[in-house]
Design a protein. Structure first.
Length: 350
């Protein structure tokens, strides 16, 4: 009997030790799991939605990108992640500018754009060579540059933002729409401006309707165009609809058939988007894209109108860092001088 009792006691002891060992492991694993969760919860990327904003930093106009970033950062409490896109030769300059100025506190990633993706897709045009710069086409390749975000804001560098970028990010995109733009016919206050300086605001101003391929699209030449200098994009829809491939197809067709050119609306990057997104885009609040400030060195908006504007865009030839241009004081409010001294403003007294 005794050996039997002893065996039972040994088994009972082993059972108790096993239970204790299991409990001990569980108790000591809990803090580790909590710690990991705590780290994740404290990460800004987990606790609040980041607003990804894509801006290009081109040689000779990096001050534009800096002013745009400065204006966005100063006017929002939201968590903004700036994707600053440049060429290999320009990236060190923009990085140094940011890291040695008050912008060093922003969250940003510098992304190199490889111009080889454009090989054979751009028709050379001597009338406005600046429009053929590779970074003008970055907006075509957003999903290749931005991987982890569902919704992205793209901005041209010649803008300043006076409102909270969260409002623009909250723009609603209709189901099936890959992007939202501003219609060129949506601002009554610009109609007088458009007449005075001959700006184009219809498809006729961007596409060559003498070409059969354009007529075959079935788009009325009087259809209002839109401006792709401010884009709110849905990356899932963009990839699903193969938007980039569609844009590249029209770029290649233009090389072969000269379907649009900068001598029309100055739209070598705009024209393919007008074709691909026709009838398939949502609208941005008009006050979030007040444009045409760069079309004339004389035509001006009223000060009251400009104060109410959320975003100002100097699209056109007359940029606020050059001379002549209009409303330069609004732009200079956000400009941060280049610590290296390479980028300088052009002013009448300079």
């Amino acid at each position: 009997i005794l050996p039997f009792v002893a065996v039972n006691q040994i088994l009972l002891l082993l059972l108790v030790l096993t239970v204790c060992a299991i409990l001990y492991n569980k108790v000591h694993q809990v803090p580790s799991a909590l710690k990991n969760e705590t780290v994740d919860l404290e990460s800004p990327e987990e606790t609040e939605e980041e607003i990804p904003v894509v801006i290009c930093a081109a040689a000779g106009r990096m001050g534009a990108a800096v002013a745009a970033i400065s204006s966005i950062h100063s006017n929002t409490e939201a968590s903004v992640l700036f994707y600053i896109v440049g060429l290999k030769t320009t990236i060190p300059h923009i990085r140094k500018w940011i890291e040695n100025s008050k912008l060093k506190e922003i969250k940003f990633k510098v992304v190199e754009f490889n111009p080889m993706v454009l090989k054979g897709k751009i028709r050379q045009d001597a009338s406005r060579p600046e429009l053929l710069q590779p970074l003008n086409f970055v907006r075509f390749y957003l999903p290749l540059l931005i991987q982890k975000h569902e919704k992205v804001i793209y901005l041209d560098d010649d803008v300043i933002v006076q409102g909270d970028i969260q409002e623009l990010y909250d723009t609603k995109l209709a189901p099936g729409h890959a992007a939202a733009f501003s219609d060129d016919c949506d601002l009554p206050s610009t109609h007088e401006m458009i007449r005075s300086v001959g700006m184009q605001n219809t498809y006729m101003g961007f596409l060559d309707y003498r070409k059969q391929a354009i007529r075959d699209l079935g788009i009325s030449p009087s259809t209002c165009s839109f401006n792709p200098g401010v884009i709110v994009a849905n990356m899932t829809e963009w990839k699903h609809q193969r938007i980039t491939k569609q844009l590249e197809k029209w770029m290649q067709r233009n090389v072969e058939e000269n379907l649009y050119s900068s001598t029309l609306g100055g739209g070598v990057a705009t024209s393919p988007m007008l074709i691909v997104f026709h009838g398939k885009y949502s609208s941005i609040n008009p006050m979030w894209h007040i444009r045409h400030l760069g079309w004339s060195p004389d035509a001006r908006y009223s000060e009251q109108f400009l104060q109410e504007a959320k975003l100002l865009h100097w699209n056109g030839r007359y940029k606020p860092w050059d001379y002549p241009s209009v409303h330069t004081d609004l732009w200079e409010n956000w400009f941060i001088p280049d610590p290296s001294g390479k980028f300088k403003l052009t002013r009448p007294d300079s």
